[in-house]
Design a protein around this ligand. Structure first.
Ligand code: C2E
Ligand code: CA
Ligand code: CA
Length: 915
């Protein structure tokens, strides 16, 4: 139900009641006015009745006189002389007719007036009585008394009508003033009745016979008495106008004289103060008095009429007032209802609108207007919205990633506020936990888990930041620290001891530096120190020297957290440090590469040294970078090719394998030494591309030889192997597996053909390398450890080395140092114990060959047998490369281990050929 309908329903009942009451008031006023109008009609009829009654009373004497005159005897007896009787007999009938006409007219006038039915009946009855009396009078056989009583009844009937009418008017409930006026009228009417009847009754008392006379006598006396009594009561009249008329009437000389005359007769009934014969002569005087009374009566009637009119006007005024009041009340109610409805509707629809918007999620402020309850509701809504706003702000703070701000906001009151606050607290907790985790992860991502130092990524980031802060006169210094003797610790005392050395070094480095300096570990035994705001190279070099001293120690190493278990008695650790100072165009990468290169130089120059990256080194570096670019292009342009160096079985001279060695004929420069261009390639992933190319080219060559049955291939059994050098970088790259398998597949060769040569240092750096090697070996590829002995792999560590072949470095073969020879012997024996094949590298002389053979080495490689050769030259090689002497095969002359000849027997399947 809409609001206006409800309001209408509320306002309608009282409105109806007001309308009904107003209607009743109007009806009442109308009734009053109606009654006043009826009263006016009634008093008008009183006047007319009075006129008719007076006319009828005036008929009595002439009528009786005519009857009396008809009886000559009786007439004369009564004092009417013959002459007078004759005269009267001729004049009186006309008088009677005249009177009758007057009475009839008066009665007609009454009947013409608007009369109440009852009154009309009275008048008709009176007229019939009158007509009967007249008929009796006209009929000579009738007696006088019939006539007299007929007139008397007529008069009485009309008088009764007057009284009834007056009484009706009084009963109409007019104002007291009107009632008083009606009482005046009653009194005047009684006076009029008493006056008009007197002469007729007096005459009847003279002329009627016997008992009737006495009755008439009493009637006359009563009429006179009444008249006299009423005449004295003029002061009792309430209306001044009627009272004045009354007094004026009494003091009128003719009236007073006539009344005196009658009074004298009445006061002396025994004598005829007025003779009977003179009575007809008084008729006119009586008529005059009657007319005078009639004037007073008219005044009284007018007074009543005026008063009733006033009553009527008052009633009508009341009616109009009631109507107007009622209308005004209705209009006022409607106006108030309308205004109220508008006021309420406006405020409520505003509130409803706000509520609807709020329900749709718009946090609007509800307008506080309308009645108090509505304002209370709006205020409540507004405070709810304020609460929701706060929740919104809190949610926004959470969304903006600042839930702490959400918590700082005052919580909402009530259960919603509690649960919101609780949920935000929970979010904050989660947030904090996540932040802590992120910090932890970031720390982990940025730090070396072993030493807690910054890792490579973090060092790069910090260095980049420091370089950004560099000012013209200050520089950023970088120290690249490479530990000396660390691998020996690792190999001889195990990784746990190595870890403790690293931790110790980290602590010593940090202790020797300022808090603003950054210490990081690059993995393995490489550390980096970043020094902000360094004025020049000299203090940097000094610091580097101090650090060398700080981290160098020889002596016992305490056990770690796990007690004495890992305690080591004697450890010798030192450091080689490369120093680099930023220039305006340094980048983190270049600066680190410079320090790295300097450290490399320091190490090469001998342990415990500090090398500064200077212009000479810079030139080398740029040369290397330039070479890298040229090599990349050369690789794509097909400037590289392979040479193959055979590996020979020392028992038989049979070629058991080849090593592929890269050659680069650099246009405009000529051949570049492999160790130089390989070093340049190793600075980037170019070395992987190179390795991939070598794998494909070497294996493709094997396929060609197989096809043509050259270089010992194509026999189907005990075919030579093809060894390819793979750099550590390539080996730790995931692509190595695919590169190897792709090359084998492309060449259509079994994995067993391929030997991968890796350096021993590769094994120690990256766990990925071991996993890759494990998979490759599982697929049938063989692994050879190249240049063995130059690194720090202990002989004991050979037990779990993922390799099949050990290549003893040329430096052992070449050396004159007997210690080296002993080491070579040891390595050979140990390798054989662990089921590793041993190849001696760089055999140039028969002496060298003799020595390695004496050690029990069964395979060898070197210029003595063959230099690395282009493929076509390899194709022309003899199957057996036993070096020949004048005394025949060199192998036969050489001393060897006891069991060697037995083995050689079996292996000498390939017949020797010319050198
Ligand atoms: P390496 O792997 O130890 O290769 C053996 C080196 O010793 C070769 O030098 C070879 O020519 C040389 N050599 C062989 N017999 C004798 C000898 O009796 N006396 C002397 N003085 N030298 C001998 P090269 O070809 O100059 O290669 C140098 C190094 O370059 C290689 O040492 C290897 O580390 C690297 N290298 C060569 N080719 C490749 C390649 O394709 N890939 C990778 N990653 N490295 C390669
Ligand atoms: Ca090699
Ligand atoms: Ca080698």
């Amino acid at each position: 139900m809409p609001l206006w309908l409800a309001l209408a329903a509320i306002t309608l009942p009282p409105l109806i009641v007001a309308a009904v009451m107003g209607g009743l008031l109007v009806r009442r006023a109308q009734a009053d006015a109606q009654e006043a109008a009826e009263a006016q009609e009634l008093v008008a009829s009183v006047k007319l009745l009075d006129a008719a009654r007076r006319a009828s009373d005036a008929e009595v004497l002439p009528t009786l006189l005519l009857d009396v005159l008809a009886e000559k005897d009786a007439a004369s007896e009564l004092g009417f002389q013959a002459t007078r009787r004759d005269l009267l007999s001729t004049t009186e009938p006309a008088v009677v007719r005249q009177r009758r006409v007057a009475t009839d007219q008066a009665l007609e006038a009454v009947l013409d007036a608007p009369l109440p039915l009852q009154l009309r009946g009275v008048v008709i009855e009176a007229r019939q009585t009158l007509l009967a009396a007249r008929r009796a009078a006209d009929n000579s056989s009738q007696v006088l008394e019939t006539v007299a009583s007929g007139y008397s009844r007529t008069s009485a009937t009309l008088a009764a009508g007057q009284r009834w009418a007056t009484a009706q008017a009084v009963a109409a409930g007019l104002s007291s003033h009107s009632v008083a006026a009606l009482q005046d009228l009653t009194q005047v009417a009684q006076l009029s009745e008493a006056a008009s009847r007197q002469l007729g009754l007096l005459f009847a008392a003279r002329v009627l016979p016997g008992a009737l006379r006495e009755e008439a006598e009493r009637g006359w006396m009563a009429a006179w008495g009444k008249y006299t009594e009423l005449a004295d009561q003029g002061n009792e009249l309430s209306s001044a106008r009627v009272r004045e008329g009354y007094q004026l009437f009494q003091s009128t000389p003719s009236v007073a004289a006539f009344s005196d005359l009658l009074a004298r007769q009445a006061l002396d009934p025994g004598t005829e103060v007025v003779r009977t014969g003179a009575l007809p002569g008084l008729v006119d005087r009586s008529g005059t008095r009657d007319d005078a009374v009639a004037v007073v009566l008219q005044d009284a009637v007018a007074e009543v009429t005026d008063s009733a009119q006033a009553d009527r006007d008052a009633a009508q005024a009341r009616e109009r007032a009631a109507l107007a009041g009622c209308l005004a009340l209705v209009l006022l109610s409607l106006l108030i209802a309308g205004l109220l409805s508008r006021w309420l509707t406006r405020s409520m629809s505003s509130l409803a609108g706000s509520a609807q918007q709020i329900s749709q999620g718009h946090l609007v402020v509800a307008q506080a207007q309308g009645p108090r309850e509505m304002r209370t509701a709006a205020a409540a809504l507004t405070s709810a919205v304020a609460g929701l706003r706060r929740v919104q702000e809190q949610a926004r703070a959470v969304v903006d990633g600042d839930p702490e701000a959400a918590l700082r906001l005052r919580p909402l009151p009530g259960p919603l506020g509690e649960v919101v606050h609780a949920s935000i607290e929970q979010i904050v907790d989660t947030f904090r936990a996540r932040e802590a985790l992120q910090e932890e992860l970031a720390h982990q991502a940025n730090h070396d888990p072993l030493t807690g130092l910054a890792n490579r990524a973090q060092v790069l980031e910090q260095l980049t930041a420091l370089l950004g802060d560099d000012e013209p006169e200050t520089h950023t210094g970088v120290l690249f620290i490479d530990l000396d003797g660390f691998k020996a610790v690792n190999d001889t005392h195990g990784h746990a001891a190595g870890d403790r050395v690293l931790i110790e070094v980290a602590q010593r480095l940090s202790a020797g530096l300022r808090p603003s300096d950054v210490v990081g570990r690059f993995g393995g035994d490489e550390f980096v120190v970043l020094l902000p705001k360094v004025p020049g190279i000299a203090p940097l070099a000094e610091l580097a020297q101090r650090l060398v001293a700080a981290v160098s120690w020889s002596g016992p190493l305490d056990g770690g957290a796990d007690g004495d278990r890992g305690a080591v008695r004697n450890v010798q650790v030192g450091a080689s440090i490369g120093v680099a100072l930023s220039s305006p165009d340094s980048t983190a990468d270049t600066l680190l590469a410079e320090a790295d290169l300097a450290a490399y130089r320091a190490k090469r120059a001998g342990r415990g040294r500090v090398e500064v990256f200077d212009d000479r080194l810079r030139a080398e570096l740029s040369e290397q970078a330039e070479m890298e670019v040229a090599l990349r292009e050369g690789l794509e342009a097909g400037e590289l090719h392979l040479h193959y160096q055979p590996v020979v079985n020392l028992h038989t001279g049979v070629v058991v394998g080849f090593e592929a060695l890269a050659r680069w004929e650099r246009p405009g420069v000529g051949p570049v030494r492999p160790d130089i261009f390989i070093a340049a390639a190793e600075a980037s992933s170019l070395v992987c591309d190179l390795g991939r190319w070598v794998l494909h080219a070497a294996l493709a060559q094997v396929t060609r030889w197989k096809t043509f049955g050259e270089a010992g291939f194509g026999t189907g059994e005990d075919e030579p192997t093809m060894a390819v050098n793979i750099s550590g970088r390539h080996l730790s790259d995931n692509r190595i597996l695919n590169d190897v398998y792709d090359a084998l597949n492309a060449a259509g060769l079994p994995a067993s053909v391929l030997v991968l040569e890796i350096t021993e240092t590769v094994l120690t750096t990256d766990p990925q390398v071991r996993e890759h090697l494990r998979q490759l070996r599982a697929s049938g590829v063989q692994v050879a450890i190249d240049d063995f002995g130059t690194g720090f792999t202990s002989v004991a560590a050979l037990v779990d080395t993922p390799a099949d072949i050990l290549k003893i470095d040329r430096s052992f073969v070449d050396s004159d140092d007997p210690g080296h020879h002993q080491l070579a012997t040891l390595i050979t024996r140990a390798a054989q114990t662990f089921s590793l094949r041993v190849i001696a590298e760089g055999i140039e002389t028969p002496e060298q060959l003799a020595r390695v053979m004496a050690d029990g080495c069964e395979e060898a490689q070197g210029y003595l047998f063959s230099r690395p050769l282009p493929p076509e030259a390899v194709g022309r090689l003899p199957a057996s490369l036993v070096p020949q002497t004048s005394s025949g095969s060199l192998l036969k002359d050489l001393p060897r281990q006891a069991e060697a000849p037995e083995n050689s027997e079996q292996r000498t399947s390939v017949p020797g050929g010319p050198a």
